[in-house]
Design a protein. Structure first.
Length: 86
């Protein structure tokens, strides 16, 4: 079974207020905006999920093979930025 990480678009993150960015990500808003600019300059469209080691040049998760279904998705996220939609 292939699972894919969720993500947030860089454009959506850029539209957040400083306070919202600091709630979503670790760091201060200035540092977060600088990181977003670097990702965007590299051609990325989305912020890869924390812990994802298999994503394309635009940041989209390419999938991860699971040997067994893991049941229901966890209510807790591994990183505050692990949300968004494609």
């Amino acid at each position: 079974m292939t699972t894919r990480h969720i993500h947030m678009t860089i454009a959506a993150a850029e539209q957040q207020t400083d306070k919202q960015l600091e709630r979503l990500f670790s760091g201060n808003a200035h540092e977060i905006r600088a990181s977003l600019a670097v990702m965007k300059a590299k051609g990325m469209e989305v912020i890869p999920s924390a812990g994802c080691d298999n994503y394309d040049a635009k940041g989209y998760c390419l999938g991860h093979e699971e040997s067994e279904p893991q049941g229901q998705p966890s209510a807790g996220l591994s990183h505050r930025a692990d949300h968004g939609e494609r």
